[in-house]
Design a protein around this ligand. Structure first.
Ligand code: NAD
Length: 551
């Protein structure tokens, strides 16, 4: 702790007391060496802790470092004397690097998109949390002192994350009422304001549903220099925090724990709706709609944790997007492609995201390759739960000129290859009593896309739909569902061929959505068809074409 700094956390208070005790012991000259050694060791342990936490936390961003420097070097007494702030603000109020990194991690872990901060000070905590928000995330900071907004804004503007922060100046309780009236809700609330009002903020937030289901409330200074647990405390703020902690621990709506970091950070979460229902004996229909199927909410039911998937044609385009989507949802993913380099590259991408994956080189029109694909997956992961049979080709020719060679090649990959994959995966899945097969068909199974001529493609894709319906009906009763996705015109290398490129403008006028599909437009569909939430669906052709087949 730097000289002259007022001890602000339990550890700093300990260091201060141990330093004084050691000075007295040294001055007295009659303290046993062993006691001096113990004192020194206790001092070393206590005084090293905060520095070590600081050193070992991942480094702060440049804007955060600038904000820290600006805050600790600012003349807060001067601005108070000039009447620019209502209160004399101590620079110790700053959240700081370790706590900022903790908050940032909590935002990541809770996957919060909307955060409410009560008490911003110079915005170090706000910017730390904003750095962890997704691009469309938002942090609303409530602050009493207008000067602090002016102070923080130039640094927020330096950061690419600053635009996510909205500062509202005025009384926090008033702002909370406005937010509740507007029906706003938050995934995370951070309370770091006037201590005697903590309890009012907390009650208002829970009573008015400002905290979303599964949201968390974090509370700063909940150890308040140890005054929350020491005897004979008269300090108003220490007593307010003690009352607050006691109130929350007895509130049956939540669970809490204090992390003894710096001056204490409390993490509070709502208990489950089912537990609340049991406690309050509420007169509600306590069924799977209320509790979730096996206690899982709809989004949790879309997780694919522990599932094993493969995607053929996974090396680029739609298949690559499917591989990422299934992996992001929790599955292990085998990326299968005829082109080894492409499959390897996608596996590298997945590994960078922490997704378990493997590359398999296979030509899906060859049954021995397909069997090798299934065997490789089984020997590595022991199951195949999700089979994404996506590889396909498209060749164009007027029907009167279509060669048997083109017809056979198209059919051998698009329809025969898809059948070989369905059969090989299906045999494993039927034994497992569980499986999700998702074929990629095409809008061309419904309409005749034009002006390009693609008889063999259209016909092969119509065949994929019938294959899907037939297998879907035949295997559903044995735990295996078979569905297909029919994209409209997707912006992938497949349509960038010399013959198709000039047609893009023509197609756009046929699409109510006014644009081509992006591969990302298809990702939720594959996750839905792969997850348990779609268990009742089979033989379905899920068309995603921006409305094109309606015109
Ligand atoms: P793409 O050409 O961009 O990618 C296809 C991938 O499949 C490539 O990586 C390729 O190497 C691989 N592949 C080709 N033949 C293979 C084989 N025999 N064995 C294994 N891998 C093989 O194609 P895309 O646009 O991503 O299309 C994927 C699927 O979506 C295809 O079935 C296609 O018919 C269908 N589809 C595409 C569109 C579109 O507009 N792009 C529209 C509707 C349907």
């Amino acid at each position: 702790m730097p000289d002259g700094k007022v001890p602000d956390t339990p550890v700093e208070v300990l260091v201060d007391l141990l330093t004084k005790a050691k000075d007295i012991a040294t001055a007295s000259g009659s303290v046993p060496t062993e006691l001096m050694d113990h004192l020194q060791r206790a001092l070393d342990i206590a005084s090293g802790l905060d520095d070590y936490l600081e050193k070992i936390a991942s480094p702060e961003s440049e804007p955060l470092a600038a904000l820290y420097k600006k805050t600790v070097t600012h003349d807060w007494d001067g601005v108070y004397k000039e009447g620019k702030t209502m209160f004399r603000l101590p620079k110790e109020c700053i959240t700081g690097h370790v706590e900022g990194q903790t908050l940032k991690t909590l935002v990541h872990m809770s996957q919060a998109k909307r955060i409410l901060e009560i008490g911003m000070f110079t915005g170090y905590g706000a910017l730390s949390m904003a750095e962890a928000l997704p691009d469309d995330g938002c942090l609303v900071a409530l602050e009493l002192e207008a000067y602090l907004k002016e102070f923080a804004q130039p640094i927020f503007d330096m950061s690419p994350h600053g635009k996510k922060i909205i500062v509202k100046i005025g009384s926090a309780l008033g702002a909370l009422k406005d937010l509740a009236e507007a029906g706003e809700q938050f995934d995370m609330v951070f309370i770091d304001a006037d201590k005697p009002n903590y309890i009012n903020y907390y009650k208002f937030i829970l009573d008015n549903n400002l905290l979303r289901l599964r949201g968390v409330i974090c509370v700063d200074n909940s150890l308040f220099k140890a005054k929350v647990y020491l005897n004979n405390v008269t300090d108003e703020n220490g007593l307010a925090l003690r009352d607050f902690n006691d109130f929350v621990v007895q509130d049956p709506r939540v669970e809490q724990v204090i992390l003894p970091l710096r001056d204490g950070i409390t993490v509070i979460r709502r208990v489950s709706a089912a537990a609340e229902c049991f406690r309050t004996k509420a007169n509600i229909t306590d069924d799977e709609v209320f509790r979730g199927v096996r206690g899982r909410s709809i989004l949790e039911r879309m997780h694919l944790d522990g599932k094993v998937a493969y995607v053929t044609g996974g090396g680029q385009g739609i298949g690559r997007a499917f591989a990422h989507a299934l992996g992001e949802a929790g599955a292990n993913v085998a990326v299968v492609d005829i082109d080894a380099n492409k499959a390897d590259t996608v596996v590298k991408e997945l590994n960078l995201k922490g997704i378990n994956s493997m590359a398999i080189t296979a030509d899906i029109s060859k049954s021995e390759d397909v069997q090798m694909m299934i065997d490789s997956i089984m020997s590595k992961w022991g199951a195949v739960h999700i089979a994404c049979n996506n590889a396909g080709i498209n060749m164009n020719s007027a029907s009167e000129d279509t060669t048997l060679e083109e017809w056979d090649k198209t059919f051998s990959i698009n329809l025969r290859g898809t059948f070989i994959c369905c059969q090989a995966a299906g045999r494993v899945m039927l034994k497992q009593g569980y499986g999700k097969i998702i074929n990629t068909a095409s809008m061309a199974s419904l309409i005749v896309p034009h002006p390009q001529k693609q008889l063999s493609y259209n016909t092969s894709k119509a065949g994929v739909v019938k294959l899907t319906q037939t297998l879907g009906a035949e295997w559903m009763g044995r735990g295996v569902s078979v569905n297909c996705i029919s994209p409209g015109i997707v912006d992938t290398p497949l349509i960038h061929s010399e013959s198709l490129k000039p047609l893009v403008q023509r197609w756009l006028s046929d699409i109510p959505a006014g644009r081509l599909a992006q591969v990302t437009d298809l990702q939720a569909a594959v996750v839905y068809l792969a997850c348990d939430a779609s268990d009742y669906m089979t033989g379905h052709n899920l068309v995603i074409e921006g409305g094109q087949s309606l015109w």
